[in-house]
Ligand binder design. Structure first.
Ligand SMILES: [Ca+2]
Ligand SMILES: [Ca+2]
Ligand SMILES: [Ca+2]
Length: 316
């Protein structure tokens, strides 16, 4: 069953209550906004857009199509399964997930501001195909907020599975003497020495395709040797590339040791770690060979790249 609720046909002076029971099978409800700014609010009980309130049961897929304008998807409870890209046409859609909300993105997404706070989770569904023919999905966000507890640690969780993430003009972060700051700091804490059991940016598929697959992180300007405003094509596997800008922060599910985030380990990655190991203590970052994000470039990092280089499967 597929049900479409177009806001443009609704009399704004009325109150519209819609009840959808999908029963068996896979069912989808699509909420269609207008060319103006729309806000869809999802709670554990209902979905609201303007004067429309939808109560749904046994609906496996949801879709908010904002059409145009600056739209907002706010999920404060329950689960929202976004079936298609939230940017569909000329709209920009910001997404806020809070409380214990669960948001699942089933496809590549272009999102404005993505906020996943308190104990909310957002997940980009796994590729669902073999890596030689199925490229990674990509979430591109203009900004990323994962909340902050009393110790300034992330509280929300973004699980990119075996996919990729682009944070436009993001803050890669630096080593402050005891930890990384910025996005590398969030990743360092979530990684938690390989346990992936703390909020932040995680993959629940770590080590799922051979030894030591995890999330690598780098700034596009470093990876491609371009200026902050320069552009390049970034590999998503299976022949797909996506355009990136130098100021973008790139996060990729890949073999630990893939410093330059092209999905495989080869001489280019060894060049990175070999040329920075003697600078350990003054050189930092995953891109330069700190593969376990502990602030050092040493034998522990060589263990990952040396173990993975012969064991890697298809490029990721
Ligand atoms: Ca809209
Ligand atoms: Ca590489
Ligand atoms: Ca290290």
């Amino acid at each position: 069953m597929s049900l479409e609720l177009p806001a443009s046909t609704v009399d704004p002076s009325k109150t519209i209550d819609v009840y959808a029971d999908g029963g068996s099978g896979s069912d989808l409800v699509r909420i269609v906004g207008t060319s103006g700014n729309n806000t869809v609010t999802v709670t554990s009980g209902a979905v609201t857009l303007g004067v429309m309130t939808l109560t749904r049961t046994s609906i496996e897929l949801d879709d908010f199509d904002g059409v145009g304008g600056t739209d907002q998807l706010t999920v404060t409870g329950g689960t929202w399964h976004q079936a298609d890209d939230l940017q569909n046409g000329t709209n920009v859609c910001n997404v806020t997930a809070s409380s214990s909300a669960v948001v699942v993105f089933n496809t590549t997404q272009h999102i404005g501001a993505l906020s996943v706070t308190s104990s909310a989770t957002a997940t980009l569904a796994a590729r669902g195909g073999s890596y030689d023919v199925t490229p990674a999905r990509v979430i591109t966000v203009s900004s990323l907020d994962l909340g902050s507890d009393i110790n300034s640690h992330a509280t929300g969780t973004l699980d990119i599975k075996d996919n990729d993430l682009i944070v436009k003009s993001g803050n890669l972060g630096t080593w402050n003497g005891t930890a990384y700051t910025g996005l590398q700091g969030i990743l360092q804490r979530s990684l938690h020495d390989g346990a992936w059991d703390l909020p932040g940016i995680i993959t629940s598929l770590a080590d799922d395709d051979g030894p030591y697959t995890a999330i690598g992180i780098a700034k596009a300007s470093d990876v491609f040797g371009i200026s902050s405003s320069g552009t390049a094509s970034w590999i998503q596997g299976a022949g797909l590339t996506v355009g990136v800008t130098g100021s973008d922060i790139l996060l990729k599910y890949t073999y630990t040791g893939d410093c330059n985030l092209d999905g495989e380990i080869n001489g280019d990655d060894y060049f990175q770690i070999d040329s920075h190991v003697n600078l350990s203590g003054s050189a930092f970052d995953y891109f330069n060979g700190d593969l376990n994000l502990d602030g050092l470039i040493n034998g522990d990092d060589y263990f990952f790249i040396d173990s993975n280089s012969p064991g890697q499967h298809d490029p990721l």
